[in-house]
Design a protein around this ligand. Structure first.
Ligand code: PGA
Length: 254
C-alpha cells in the first residue's frame, strides 16, 4: 500500500520562536489522531531546522525536511547548504525543484537531476516538485511539460531509487493563489504521471510511489482532493502555517 503523506512547506516564514511554537502545536494537536500509514513532514527554513528538530525530534510521527540543498559535497558556494550539513543535524528529507526555486533562483532540470543524485547518494528522501504554469495549461501543454520535467530530472534513476522519491505535482497557477486544481484535474495528472512511471520503471514502481498534490490545499477542499485514487497526499504551503489547519489536513487524509 502506498504511503499517505501530508507535508508542510513553511517557505521563508517564521522566526525561530514562531517555528518552535508551530512545531510544538502540531505535535500536540496530532496527539489523539489516528495517523497510521501517514507520513507527516514539516519543512522549516534552514536556520530553524535544528531548533525544531531538538524540540520535536522525539515525536516520531513528525519528520523534518529541508526546503532545498546544493548538489556539491562542499566547497566555494557562498550561501549554500550541502547534504552532509543537513544530515548532520538529523534531517534526511529534502524538497527539491519547488517552482519558487525554479522561477526565482533559476534552478534548471539539469541542476535538479544533480541535486536528486546527491540526495540519493546520501540516502536521503526527496520530495520532488514539478508542474505547469497557467499558460501551459491554457495551451493544453500541461501533460507534455510535466513529462519533460520528470524525464529530465528523474528518468535516469534506477527502479530501486524510487523508494526514496516522493513526487509533488504542483500546478504553478495554483500555488499561493487560492485557486486549486479541481480534484478531477489533479487525478487526471496523477494518473498520467503513474502511467509514465509504469512505462519507464515498471508497474511496481508506479504503484509504490506517493504522488502528492500541491497548490492552495486547505481544510475546505482537502478531503475531495485526497479522496482521488492517485492522490496520495499534499504538499501544503499557506495552510501549513496554522496548526489547526495542518491538523485538519492530516485528518482529511485518513
Ligand atoms: P500553497 O503552497 O499551499 O500556499 O498554495 C503550496 C506549495 O508551494 O508547496
Amino acid at each position: 500500500m502506498r504511503t499517505k503523506i501530508v507535508a508542510g512547506n513553511w517557505k521563508m516564514n517564521l522566526d525561530v520562536e514562531a517555528s518552535k511554537k508551530l512545531a510544538m502545536d502540531i505535535s500536540t494537536d496530532i496527539q489523539n489522531l489516528e495517523t497510521n500509514n501517514t507520513r507527516i513532514i514539516i519543512a522549516p527554513t534552514f536556520t530553524n531546522l535544528y531548533p525544531v528538530i531538538n524540540l520535536v525530534g522525539m515525536d516520531t510521527r513528525i519528520e523534518i525536511a529541508a526546503q532545498n540543498m546544493h548538489q556539491a559535497k562542499s566547497g566555494a558556494y557562498t550561501g549554500e547548504i550541502a547534504a552532509d550539513m543537513i544530515q548532520s543535524i538529523g534531517v534526511n528529507t529534502v524538497i527539491l525543484g519547488h517552482s519558487e526555486r525554479r522561477t526565482y533562483f533559476n534552478e534548471t532540470d539539469k541542476a535538479l537531476a544533480e541535486k536528486v543524485n546527491t540526495a540519493l547518494q546520501n540516502r536521503m528522501d526527496v520530495i520532488f516538485c514539478f508542474g505547469e504554469v497557467l499558460e501551459d495549461r491554457q495551451q493544453n501543454n500541461h501533460f507534455s511539460i510535466v513529462e519533460i520535467q520528470l524525464k529530465k530530472a528523474l528518468f535516469h534513476l534506477k527502479p530501486q531509487d524510487w523508494k526514496h522519491i516522493i513526487l509533488a505535482y504542483e500546478p504553478v497557477w495554483a500555488i499561493g493563489t487560492g485557486e486549486t486544481a479541481t480534484p478531477e484535474q489533479a487525478q487526471e495528472m496523477h494518473a498520467f504521471i503513474r502511467n509514465l512511471l509504469s512505462a519507464k520503471f515498471g508497474e511496481n514502481v508506479a504503484q509504490e510511489v506517493s504522488i502528492l498534490y500541491g497548490g492552495s490545499v486547505k481544510p475546505a477542499n482537502a478531503k475531495e482532493i485526497f479522496s482521488k485514487p492517485d492522490v496520495d497526499g499534499g504538499l501544503i504551503g499557506g495552510a501549513a502555517l496554522h496548526s489547526q489547519d495542518f491538523t485538519a489536513l492530516i485528518q482529511a487524509i485518513q
